[in-house]
Design a protein around this ligand. Sequence first.
Ligand code: OGA
Ligand code: MN
Length: 277
Amino acid sequence: MPLMQETRLSFEEVKPLIGARVQADKLALLSGAHTADVMELLEQRGVLVFPQADLSEEELISFTGTLGDYASDASDGSATRISIDPATSSNADFTRVSFFWHFDGYMNEVPIRGSIMCAKVLSSSGGITEFCNTYAAWDELPEERKRQISGLKAVHSHAAAAMSLEPEPSHERFREWLTVKNGTLPLVWTHRSGRKSLVIGNTAAGIVGMDPMEGMELLVWLRDWATRERFRYSHEWSVGDMVMWDNTGTLHRVTPYPADSGRLMLRTKLAGEEPIV
Ligand code: OGA
Ligand code: MN
């Protein structure tokens, strides 16, 4: 429901459990006038869509800076070019693992708070970005399942995600994947707010102390649950759209698209504030 006060951010909910479509003047966004509202709405809705916001790279970076600390991937502070075309991106292989449900930066001590992505060039097929709300997925878990998974930890590894794209790597290739730090993270994140979210995704290789197949079965069950239609929003992009997601309470993936499709997204990250505990 849109808020009535003129000074507040105007938005509508996309689905009952995820997403808000925000109508805001670009200059007002860039001025920081909506910072508190945007951050509050992000936490409530998981994904914020700013249709046809049409931000340039410079504007995207300054908008990000109004919301918190801009965590740049680049030493020169530029935004990240998200592309799976090796001709455009030196990280193309790494980026392709985004075809499967994940959150960003499992290996960081403090995972990023959120990401903001602007569509510059679209693919004529695929390229739909999907999100699911892992707060809502936790809230609706059967009590027995909540009891079962509270206190469990999963091992996260880039290798687990990469295997899904390349199931029979050479040993050399596998060792390359292992150079990305592994992490052991609780399955259930109890945030400072007291809310809980599920910590799963394609990087989860297994559950600590559990039989490998039983652990995998549990991870599959949880992913299947968390990505059910009621927790999920699929964004079909128009050029100029800006989408922001809460990386601490959602998973995301992009539906596969061809490497030479030309698809190009510009993306910034907002530094995190809370470790996963
Ligand atoms: C990412 C990501 C999805 C997309 O940038 O972390 O997963 O739609 N992107 O490109
Ligand atoms: Mn991602």
